[in-house]
Design a protein around this ligand. Structure first.
Ligand SMILES: Nc1nc2c(c(=O)[nH]1)N[C@H]1C(S)=C(S)[C@@H](COP(=O)(O)O)O[C@H]1N2
Ligand SMILES: [Mo]
Length: 315
């Protein structure tokens, strides 16, 4: 069991991460050395025209039992493998040009289309919600996301009745994202939800945080937040949203299905094969707090899984 105690001789959290199984291979591949080095050009600056959109009105239906994690901590400890396998991805991620940015909506929809993020925001509008975020590695944070419910994007897409899943695809650009040159990862990053999950009120399409547009390391300019599932379900820097009849093959599932499945609902009683999920380290504190079933969102989402008890819902 991994318990974080901030002592040098204990297993560092980084070794409890998904990628640790590949550390040996990684060190054999000299090319990965370039991962930590990132260009500072490009910057995370968003179009000045966004000025009036942030901060958005907070939706008081989504507040928390705990203090928000200061940006100093949440913005400096990010999983974004496209930009490296350490938690320090900020400098490398700033090389991504996030404006203009177009999202493609395709698959089983009335009519596929592309839309710019700025137009999408104008069409749907923005609100702020306070959400928990629980990484499968057993750290957590609480942040004010700005965005809109995924259900509104689904409505805009007009999926046909044959659509059973929604699939999210992250950008692919090896020149900008050094992590994508690491061949043993199944790029691009893919995630997915069932249509029933996507229709729930909680999944949030995120374009901002802390009352401003998303800094790059959080997945600018557009990512999702699925707060009752382990953090890897919340795909960053999305370029395509597809409606499919088949369950999408997700990035982490493709890499290590026994440890990172499609469902990935948070459950303190179901350990990861290599560590406990009973508690979590809150970023920016040296506290561990008990992890909650469905990350505290059971009332809203437990019903989604009636009749699915035969599935591996918590891996
Ligand atoms: N495209 C992409 N999305 C991603 C990841 C990634 O490596 N690439 N990491 C995931 C994981 S494991 C977590 S915990 C969250 C981290 O989000 P944060 O940086 O906002 O904390 O992003 C998720 N989305
Ligand atoms: Mo994560």
């Amino acid at each position: 069991m991994l318990i974080r105690r901030n002592r040098g001789w204990e297993i560092p959290e980084s070794q409890a991460t998904p990628e640790s199984i590949f550390l040996n291979r990684r060190s054999l591949i000299g090319g990965a050395a370039g991962l930590a080095a990132g260009s500072l050009i490009g910057g995370g600056a968003r179009a000045a025209s966004e000025g009036g959109l942030y901060p958005a009105q907070r939706n008081d239906a989504y507040t928390l039992d705990r203090a928000l994690t200061p940006e100093k901590f949440s913005g400096d400890y990010n999983n974004f493998y496209e930009f490296g396998m350490s938690k320090t991805v900020l400098p490398a991620a700033n090389a991504l040009k996030t404006s203009p940015w177009t999202v493609k909506i395709d698959g089983l929809v009335e009519k596929p289309f592309e839309i710019g993020v700025d137009d999408l925001i104008k069409k749907i509008g923005l609100e702020e919600r306070l959400y928990r975020h629980r990484c499968v590695e057993a750290w957590s944070m609480a942040v004010p996301w700005t965005g809109f419910p995924l259900s509104k994007l689904v409505a805009l897409a007009k999926p046909s009745s044959g659509a059973k899943y929604v699939r999210f695809e992250t950008f692919m650009d090896k020149a900008t994202a050094p992590g994508q040159r690491v061949f043993y990862y199944p790029w691009p990053y893919i995630e997915g939800l069932t249509m029933a999950e996507a229709g729930n009120d909680l999944p949030f399409v995120v374009t901002g945080i802390y009352g401003k547009p998303l800094p790059n390391q959080f997945g600018a300019p557009i990512r999702i937040a699925v707060p009752w599932k382990y953090g890897f379900k919340s795909a960053k820097s999305i370029v395509k949203v597809s409606f499919t009849a088949e369950r999408p093959k997700t990035f982490w599932e493709g890499l290590q299905a026994s440890e990172y499945g499609f469902w990935a609902n948070v459950n303190p009683a179901v350990p990861h094969p290599r560590w406990s999920q009973a508690s979590e380290r809150v970023l920016g504190t040296d506290q561990r707090v008990p992890t909650l079933i469905y990350n505290g969102y059971g009332e809203q989402v437990a019903g989604l899984y009636k009749g699915l008890e035969g599935e591996r819902l918590f891996v």
